[in-house]
Design a protein around this ligand. Structure first.
Ligand code: PLP
Length: 390
């Protein structure tokens, strides 16, 4: 029996450097002591108080079908949070709760792109982006950013690709680069969106993890609320990756259509998960800072270790739980570096090439293991780099 091309072509061609990740997983499964600095998952679990709220909700009977757009109280909480942070008037009618940010990314593109429309995205990118755009029926069209700009996108580079495109997907704080887009960058992006009549899909799932500068939501820029869909999530801010709870914030008429899509696909998010998310969002900024704190600490630790050697260059992470290291001085590609590091030091990192071509010659290090082990792994990584550069 044949499968559809839609699904067989979803992932595009080649493994894009992900073979290192799968090799590391296989070695670990076979019992090798692999240090994993690969994917974006906290080393803490969801807080017990959030789990208690989830349990109380489930025991209290919130286990039936929940309202498809999300329970009213959570939609209100998200709307208030966004309004407080951005100053943009936002009500529950502007919010739809989704099964995670991933589903929100798919649904947003499904809402604005017709089959075959070009959808812009920026390289380096979160690994699923091109597949998500294809799943929504769009044709992904890449815009490259540059290491020498610390991966802040240039408006003119986006404009050069914008002819005939209908949407632009951005992500700040950025995975994989850790870049937080400046006001100037976002102003340039807003100008291009207005000039080329693009929808802006703004993935802000790392908005509580900012180490340097501040997070600006482009929905708050002049005349942008009407053309921006914001993607948010509980995954990174509250260590709730497995709960699958996120949202889309946008114009009411788009949210109404998105509810039609959810009615015919996911049929909403479990009520007890939404009640737990609502409880979590009411714990306030100190709670969110505590979830983010280990990454802030490890970022500082990494800066010290990298400063003590001359081979590897740090792209200073301004946000999110990753950092990019430029390893070009070793003469190795990011992929060769990651493969060698896995074989010689049992340390798994992601080659920059897994996130597109703009980060070739770089590696992404997830700051997701305990401080002592993290520092040791980084020192070993630097030793490996020095040996190969020498
Ligand atoms: N967007 C970015 C940039 C991510 O890195 C991730 C997960 O790693 C997601 C979206 C999806 O997150 P979730 O579906 O868990 O909310």
């Amino acid at each position: 029996m044949k499968l559809s091309q839609r699904i067989t072509k979803l992932n595009g061609e080649g493994d894009d450097g992900w073979s290192v990740f799968y090799r590391a997983r296989a070695l670990k499964a076979a019992g090798a002591p692999i240090v994993e600095l690969t994917i974006g998952e906290h080393d803490i679990r969801t807080h017990g108080d959030i789990l208690a709220a989830m349990n109380a909700s489930a025991i209290g009977g919130h286990t039936g079908y929940a309202m498809v757009p999300g329970v009213k109280s959570l939609r209100e909480t998200v709307a208030n949070r966004i309004q407080e942070r951005t100053g943009v008037p936002t009500g529950p009618e502007n919010v739809m709760i989704t099964p995670g940010g991933q589903s929100a990314l798919f649904s947003s593109h499904y809402a604005v792109c017709n089959p075959g429309d070009a959808a812009l995205y920026l390289d380096p990118y979160y690994a699923t982006y091109p597949g998500t755009l294809r799943a929504a029926g769009a044709i992904p069209r890449v815009v490259h950013t540059r290491a020498e700009d610390a991966f802040q996108p240039r408006g003119e580079d986006i404009a050069a690709q914008a002819q005939g495109a209908v949407s632009l997907l951005i992500n700040s704080p950025n995975n994989p680069t850790g870049t937080v887009y400046s006001r100037a960058t976002l102003g340039g992006i807003a100008d291009v969106c207005k000039a080329h009549d693009l929808w802006l899909i703004s993935d802000e799932v790392y908005d509580t993890q900012v180490w340097d500068g501040s997070h600006i939501s482009p929905r708050s820029l002049p005349d942008m609320a009407e053309r921006t869909l914001v993607v948010g999530s509980m995954s990174k801010s509250h260590a709730m990756t497995g709960s699958r709870c996120g949202w889309i914030v946008g114009p009411e008429e788009v949210i109404d259509r998105l509810i039609d899509l959810a009615t015919n696909t996911t049929y909403g998010v479990p009520g007890f998960i939404q009640d737990a998310a609502n409880f979590a969002l009411h714990q306030g900024p100190a709670f969110e800072d505590a979830v983010a704190e280990p990454f802030r600490r490890r970022r500082a630790l990494a800066a010290e270790i990298i400063a003590a050697q001359n081979t590897v260059t740090l792209i200073p992470a301004q946000g999110a739980m990753y950092m990019m290291l430029d390893v070009r001085a070793t003469g190795l590609s990011g992929e060769a570096f990651a493969n060698g590091l896995l074989d010689e030091c049992q340390i798994a990192v992601m080659p920059g090439e897994s996130f597109g071509t703009s980060a070739a010659g770089h590696i992404r290090v997830a700051m997701t293991i305990e401080d002592g082990a993290f520092a040791k792994a980084l020192k070993d990584l630097c030793g490996f780099a020095e040996k190969h550069a020498g």
